[in-house]
Each structure stands twice: as structure tokens, then as C-alpha cells.
Design a protein around this ligand. Structure first.
Ligand code: FE
Length: 191
């Protein structure tokens, strides 16, 4: 795959269709600047502000854009809230669709065939692979991303965080908790 991508890139550069410097800039942007810290700020604000939470659940794209996060691979965002009754898990069974503006580039496992198939066949088993055990009566809903719709999980706010600032809250929001393969960190638990 690496070789094929490089061959394709060389060809596109030779034909003048792409500019290597521009390509590097895009990769750098998503590797270094756009990342899960964006999504964490969205989640922290939703935990802190019920009106924002309502807006986020009603119109994810607009509420996320209000934080300054928009663009490619995030044009149609749907935010799914975890509740004590339902845990949400996001996958792209077809390929690797992922909400770039809020989470950055997808982790390798997200794109892997084992994750993509097991997430729909045995979501509880996937969570176990990630070291997550849910209460048996909490159902798991799996959301299959598409080229049109990208999902972001709104994790449950950890107990013991009353009165915390949004900055403090955002520290508890991991990338995996926004995919659904993890939970938000409890206060005092190391990353
Ligand atoms: Fe995909």
C-alpha cells in the first residue's frame, strides 16, 4: 500500500496536479494541529453548558463549527450521547470515515479490518479488547460512519467533577472516549 501511494503521489506531482509542499502542509495540519483536543473542548463545553449540549445533539455540525472546528470530513456531524442506558460505539465498516476536524486523523486500529468487522459482530468484545467493561444492562449502539455522516460520541461526565472548569474537564476527554472504545477518565486517574 505504501509503495502504491508513493507511486500515485509521484505521478500526480509529475503531472502537476498536486503540489508536494501543499500536501505536506495538509498532513502536518492534521498530524500536529487538528486532533482530539478539539473534540475534547466540544465535549467539555457540552458537559458544562446544558444549552450547548442540546444544540450539539440537535445540530452537531453547527454547534461544533461554533467552536471553530469545521471543514473536510466533518461537514455533517452527528453527536451521540452516552447515557447510563446506552453506550455508543463508532465504526466505519466500509473503510475509515472519521470526523477529522474534531479528532484529527484516525488511529491505525480504526482502519483495520478486525476492528471494522468485530465492532458490529461483537461490540462488547471490542470494548473488552480496549479494557472497557460496561454494566451488563447498558446496551451498546453501533454507529456506522459514511462518507456523508460522521459521528462523535459524547461520553458520560465522570463523577467527582462538579465545579470543574472546561479546561479541566477537557483533560479527562480521551480520543477513544469520543469513538466509544473508551470512557472519559475519572478524576485522578493517569492518562
Ligand atoms: Fe469510511
Amino acid at each position: 500500500m505504501d509503495v502504491r501511494v508513493r507511486a500515485l503521489q509521484t505521478l500526480l506531482v509529475q503531472k502537476g496536479y498536486i503540489e508536494p509542499a501543499a500536501l505536506d502542509r495538509i498532513i502536518e495540519l492534521y498530524e500536529k494541529e487538528v486532533g482530539p483536543h478539539n473534540g475534547a473542548r466540544v465535549v467539555a463545553r457540552a458537559w458544562d453548558d446544558p444549552a450547548y449540549r442540546d444544540w450539539l445533539l440537535k445540530d452537531g455540525t453547527a454547534a461544533i463549527a461554533d467552536m471553530g472546528y469545521s471543514g473536510r470530513q466533518g461537514e455533517h456531524m452527528v453527536v451521540v450521547p452516552n447515557t447510563p442506558e446506552q453506550h455508543n460505539l463508532v465504526v466505519c465498516t466500509l473503510c475509515s470515515c472519521y470526523p477529522w476536524p474534531v479528532l484529527g486523523l484516525p488511529p491505525v486500529w480504526y482502519k483495520s479490518a478486525p476492528y471494522r468487522s468485530k465492532a458490529v459482530i461483537d461490540p462488547r468484545g471490542v470494548l473488552a479488547d480496549f479494557g472497557v467493561t460496561l454494566p451488563p444492562d447498558q446496551r451498546i449502539r453501533v454507529w456506522d460512519s459514511t462518507a456523508e455522516v460522521r459521528y462523535l460520541v459524547l461520553p458520560l461526565r465522570p463523577a467527582g467533577t462538579d465545579g470543574w472548569s472546561r479546561e479541566q474537564l477537557a483533560e479527562l476527554v480521551t480520543r477513544d472516549s469520543m469513538i466509544g472504545t473508551g470512557l472519559a477518565r475519572a478524576p485522578g486517574v493517569q492518562a
